[in-house]
Design a protein around this ligand. Sequence first.
Ligand SMILES: Nc1ncnc2c1ncn2[C@@H]1O[C@H](COP(=O)(O)OP(=O)(O)O)[C@@H](O)[C@H]1O
Ligand code: SF4
Ligand SMILES: [Mg+2]
Length: 452
Amino acid sequence: MSDVKRDDEAATIPAQSTDGGHADGDVLLKVTGLQKHFPIKKGLLQRQVGAVHAVDGIDFEVRAGETLGVVGESGCGKSTMGRLITRLLEPTAGKIEFEGKDITHLGVAGMRPLRRDVQMIFQDPYSSLNPRHTIGTIVGAPFKLQGVEPEGGVKKEVQRLLSVVGLNPEHYNRYPHEFSGGQRQRIGIARALALNPKLVVADEPVSALDVSIQAQVVNLLDDLQQELGLTYVIIAHDLSVVRHVSDRIAVMYLGKIVELADRDLLYKTPMHPYTKALMSAVPIPDPRRKAEKSERILLKGDVPSPIAPPSGCRFHTRCWKATEICRTTEPPLLELRPGQRVACHHPENFEDQQPQDTVLLTAAKEAGELVPDGVLAESAETSAAVAAEVAPHKPSVATEAAPAADTTAEPAVDAEPVAKADPAAAPAPAAEPDPAVEAEAPAAPEAPAQEK
Ligand SMILES: Nc1ncnc2c1ncn2[C@@H]1O[C@H](COP(=O)(O)OP(=O)(O)O)[C@@H](O)[C@H]1O
Ligand code: SF4
Ligand SMILES: [Mg+2]
């Protein structure tokens, strides 16, 4: 990459490390209160009658050298978020800062340098490559667009890029249809890397690929990060893809980030009920652990429409712990433990698991029927252990929402809403809908086609 000429390099490249441990990396991208509402228009006069709340006020930052995984069910706003931070979409509200510079509303000219620094890899390697162009033209296009002349010429640089992503440089003159899905995604990656970007946003980079190929492409991204000191935002619809490559993971639900935590914390002690449900849906490949499959949390119902998101906590219509406060008051995203931010009134794996209001909502009682005993028992155990561990530095914020209780091992006060189902009869078969399945809001307009 170093032989691509960059006049601004010395001045703007932030300290990036390539050692894989990036916890202390500088903040490369900072997003505050980011919102994207797509207007819904009707009638001859095209009056606005509503809006799709695709991204509805999110805050996060991406540190140099890290991989931030973003997960959530289909339709929760992940792609919209990706397009906002790469400025392919204009935000409705909020602020995006890149290397400390406000880029929220930059025009075409102002965005030019940023177009080099921030690149996107798209989900569909079939539609994202122009079938009429050769691989050489496709991978070399960014040089043309930016007016950059690499040392040794475009052809040589493109061939180098092809070998970097594991393709034969001799295939420079071939067309996309001559390649498999995995190879096409490598071409997309080569194109994204052409201008030596600082941030790469990959929107479901392997979702369209065969499972057997997915790991190869994910590993390639990982290797490239080590070699080139890249910073990634990797979007996926379930946790299995981002699990191994992410340093931190943001979980989205209906346009909001509900949990943002260091990878290990998120896996060991998820605090948001939705995270827990998503996690229990991740397939367990190890046959020795197959029995654990029966402890799946199956969320009832579809994701509500982003046109009229539920009041209070948006997850309350599907949460088995929902109480009155969940229906009326939106829980803010708070750092309940160092490295773990959660938006929930009754977080899991916390010293207080007790709903503030002992009356669970009807929806919660119904959702509770789907939670196998084993999960709750395990949750109670970890909670008790965590309670003992975190008690000395208990944040006051959490206790406001849910007063401390001495019954830390009880996930719910009232035994009744929690199903006492026989674990063997737990709704576990793979055929059951799981939380990660497509659940597009029926009334919501279609997402736009992939950009070129
Ligand atoms: N250009 C658009 N116009 C109107 N609605 C859109 C547009 N793009 C996305 N949406 C809607 O915004 C919501 C979030 O979409 P998206 O960001 O694609 O979700 P995800 O990537 O998580 O599946 C969906 O309800 C989707 O239908
Ligand atoms: S317990 Fe309440 S605040 Fe927490 S996720 Fe469930 S509904 Fe939302
Ligand atoms: Mg998407």
